[in-house]
Structure formats: C-alpha cells, structure tokens
Design a binder for this molecule. Sequence first.
Ligand SMILES: C[S@@+](CC[C@H](N)C(=O)[O-])C[C@H]1O[C@@H](n2cnc3c(N)ncnc32)[C@H](O)[C@@H]1O
Length: 336
Amino acid sequence: MEATIVSEKSKHYSVLLKEIISIISPQYGGTFIDCTFGQGGYTKEILKFPNTKVIGIDRDIESKKIADRIKRSFEDRFFFKNIRFSQLKNLKLKNENIKGVIFDLGYSLNQIRNNKKGLSFNSRGQLNMKLGLNDFSASEVINKLSASDLQKIFRYFGEEKEAKKIANNIVNERVKYEINTQDLVKIIDSVKRKKNSKIHSSTKVFQAIRIFVNQEISELIYGLVNASKILKKDGILAVVTFHSLEDKIVKYFFRSLSENKSISRYQPKIMQSEPLFFMSKRKPIIPSKQELSENISSRSAKLRFVIKKKNIYDFTTDISEKFKSLLEVENISNKL
Ligand SMILES: C[S@@+](CC[C@H](N)C(=O)[O-])C[C@H]1O[C@@H](n2cnc3c(N)ncnc32)[C@H](O)[C@@H]1O
C-alpha cells in the first residue's frame, strides 16, 4: 500500500488527477467534497474552475497548513475540516448542491516520510502509525494484544501467510523489551528470511497494522455510505483505491446499489427500489503509461465511480454484513 503513493522523484504527485477531473467535470461549477485533502492536489485543480467550491477533509492535522495557504486565495470557495471521512454527515451542509465526493485512499509522501508517524518499515523509533484522530497506536497493538489477536490482524488485513509464527515471536520477544519499529522488522525478517519474495518481508504486516490502527475498513464503509447520503441527484462519487481490500469494498458497494441490466445470479440482491447509482464503467480506470512512467508508485491505483440517480437515499445496504468478518477484526481494538 505505501508504495502506491510515493513518487520516485519525491515530489508530491496526485494519482489519476486528470481522470478524476474529467469524471467530476468542475467546469460546470458546484460544490465538491475532497474527503482526502492531503496536499490539496485535487482541491487546487477543482478551484481553478470558477463557480466551484471545495470542502476539504483530512484526519491529519498537518494538512491544515496547506489548507490555510489555499484559504488565503480562495476565502469564500474553500473550507477545511480536520475530521475523519466516516464523520461526513456531521458537516453542516445546509442546502449545498454537492456535485461530487472524491476519495483518494492511501497516504501521501509526506506522511510516509514522517519518522514520527512511523508508517514505513524504514522508520526509526517507537511504533506509531497514527494518521490523526486515532484512539490507539501501533505500539499499543504490538505490545499489548494477544498472539491470537495479532495473528488475525496480520492474516485478515495483510494476507500474511506466516501470521501465526510472527505473532508468537512478537509475544515472546516483548517479555524482554518494548518492541519498536526496527525490532518488529527484525522479528518478521527472522521468520521470513528464507522465503523467496519480491516484496520486503515486512510489507504485509505493516500494511495490516496501518489498516488496524487507522480502522480503515470501517472508515471506508461509513465514508461511502455517508457520501452517498449527502450527494445530490446526478452527483458523482469517485474513489481511488490502492489495495485489494479497499477495492473489494468499493466494488461491492457500487455494484450492489447500481442499475445492472445483466444481473447474474451471483450478483448481490439487496436493492429495494430504483437503483441508487448509475455505473457507466464496470472496470476500474488505471493510470496511463505516461503516469506510470512519471510515478511508478501509482501502479496499484484503481479509480471507480458512480452517478447518483435520485436525491434521496432509501437503501439499507448489507455492506456491513458483507464485510462483517473484517469489521470484527477491527473491533479487537476494544481490548486496548
Ligand atoms: C493519498 S493522500 C491524498 C492526496 C490528495 N488527493 C492530493 O492530491 O494531495 C490521502 C490522504 O487521506 C487522508 N486520510 C486517510 N484516511 C482518512 C480518513 N479516514 N478520514 C480523513 N482523511 C483520511 C490521509 O491523511 C492523507 O492525507
């Protein structure tokens, strides 16, 4: 996951920017919600068009510095909120005509590079991984949870085959000292040393802990549901994902609430009335060859979007039910 948003040239690079702009069409004006403001790449591009307004959201307070700079130039057209996107419905939107809600999941280069955040296995020092507005850190996860809970986290969120062995070794080691980032890398490496793998031995476990610490599964599920509620008719909901778990959730949500003329018997059957969305493309949009040549880190990005067909949201989706097992793993956090 972390490799997906880091430009090799170490400049900030907004993934699939041209494609996002072409899908949400800000040239016609309207209000847009940028749920993952980050460095403001999408926001700045939208604000270039007159008659647009952007509400930027980010859970990382560091983003506020960039937001403050944009605010100076776009006093009446740009607003920033330091909240999590699962809390979208707390925005006081009055009668705002929301034309588009966009999500660009993952992390920005600045976040990955920030040693204090400790998102990367190259970080030094205490385990952390908090993006902002979190309840607990990676250090608490690794140094407090039982081996069987750690195993579940590594398996479900990282698809780590050696989950059990790694979890047991963590529990054995932490009796002697408090495990920090580099200790964790060493523990994982000692289990996986002989395995022939193209990816770094710590990639999967670190992905799993980041997802757990930031409760990314429930964030995405409730973010999507709330975004669908606040969008107006003809509004666009667009999401860029970076790993298979995220994409699975977005794909299911979009497909299960969309008009689908060729419903197969394997399609989820949860629609109660007129479908909520129109989905013009069933396949995701991926970065062009040119984007890949400029930013190889975008290689796992997938963009999916839907158009809302009516103003009201009268659906009870079974999305929480569908991803119940993942939500249960996230709930292990209640033990901390
Ligand atoms: C890949 S960056 C977005 C980059 C942005 N599109 C740009 O062009 O600058 C993802 C951002 O989403 C934020 N984020 C991740 N999960 C979030 C959540 N649940 N609520 C709010 N912001 C979140 C991260 O803090 C990060 O700044």
